[in-house]
Design a protein around this ligand. Structure first.
Ligand SMILES: NC(=O)c1ccc[n+]([C@@H]2O[C@H](COP(=O)([O-])OP(=O)(O)OC[C@H]3O[C@@H](n4cnc5c(N)ncnc54)[C@H](O)[C@@H]3O)[C@@H](O)[C@H]2O)c1
Length: 281
């Protein structure tokens, strides 16, 4: 989608991190913004920051839990009512847990899968028909390098992000078969600094049963914290790379240039077939 000026974007997880920077990048292109997050207070902070930098930006905010289809469907209706359509959707909201996978609780599985996989599925289900009716639109699903390479300690997160890659490729192929002009991108960044290291703040009470703090879990948490904090590319830069990818209608977006090389190594090891590929080795 080349010219974003005046068009409408919807961003989930817009209360901080990458979602907030995607909102800024869209506002700089003079888009109308429909911003959603489970954390209402942070969403209002995003609104204030955008209004300070780019006064007059059209912004609608809505508290939404992406794991609930009804709330995502209501968001889609709100966007159409208030803005007349939706041209660009970022399925960005995401959470994570660390632990050896056998220690993860049933609640860990439900919470992370509900947000990272079903959250994206509900966005696709609620918004694709609107874009098909319009005859134009673009959906960006936020996966991760973890959707392609599976480090120890993040099994549930890895599985959900691999599923987001699969869902995105399937969506792109279905749209092609339907001769639709609606575009798709899947963004797969490696670690970058955001509030994701405090992701437990978003865990709902119904899934409070987190894996117990074993020594391995503590070590994994520390590893992820250090990797996120040490990320060399900022959320702002990743947002800009993503918007350029949309403007150029690119499907695979890898802000960290080394990631496709590791995927190639993984394919090579798969041909040899003896051991599971380990990106840490
Ligand atoms: N930061 C990284 O290192 C990294 C790397 C690769 C991919 N990602 C992905 O980038 C995306 C954005 O994450 P981030 O790093 O900006 O983290 P973040 O925690 O700063 O932002 C995530 C946002 O999602 C919101 N959210 C959480 N659960 C929600 C729900 N159920 N419904 C609606 N909103 C919800 C949070 O309130 C928060 O505002 C995620 O999909 C994440 O998996 C992050």
């Amino acid at each position: 989608m080349k010219d974003l000026n005046g068009k409408v974007c919807v961003i989930t997880g817009a209360g901080g991190g990458l979602g907030r920077e995607l909102a800024m990048a869209c506002a700089r292109r003079r888009m109308k913004l429909v911003l959603a997050d489970v954390e209402a207070g942070n969403l209002e902070t995003t609104r204030t920051l955008i209004q300070q930098e780019l006064p007059g930006t059209y912004i609608v905010t809505q508290q939404v839990d992406v794991s609930k289809f009804e709330q995502v469907a209501t968001l889609a209706q709100l966007a159409v009512q208030r803005c007349g359509g939706v041209h660009l959707l970022f399925n960005n909201a995401g959470v994570g847990v660390t632990a050896p996978i056998w220690e993860n609780t049933v609640s860990d599985w439900h919470w992370v899968t509900n947000v990272n996989l079903y959250g994206v599925a509900w966005g696709v289900k609620a918004f694709t028909p609107i874009m098909l009716d319009q005859g134009e639109g673009h959906i960006v699903n936020i996966a991760s390098a973890a959707g392609w390479m599976y480090s120890a300690g993040s099994g549930i997160y890895n599985a959900t992000k691999a599923a987001v890659v699969a869902l995105s490729e399937s969506l792109a192929n279905d749209l092609k078969m339907a001769n639709s002009a609606v575009g798709v991108s899947v963004l797969s960044p490696a670690f970058f600094p955001t509030g994701i290291i405090e992701t437990e703040r978003n865990r709902p009470a119904e899934f409070a049963d987190a894996a117990a703090d074993s020594e391995m879990k503590r070590q994994y948490e520390e590893c992820v914290r250090r990797a996120v904090e040490a990320g060399k590319i900022s959320a702002r830069e990743i947002a800009e790379i993503t918007l350029k990818g949309v403007e150029e209608n690119r499907f695979y977006l890898f802000p960290h240039a080394w990631v496709p090389g590791v995927i190639a190594l993984r394919s090579k090891q798969a041909q040899e077939g003896m051991t599971a590929f380990n990106p840490q080795s």
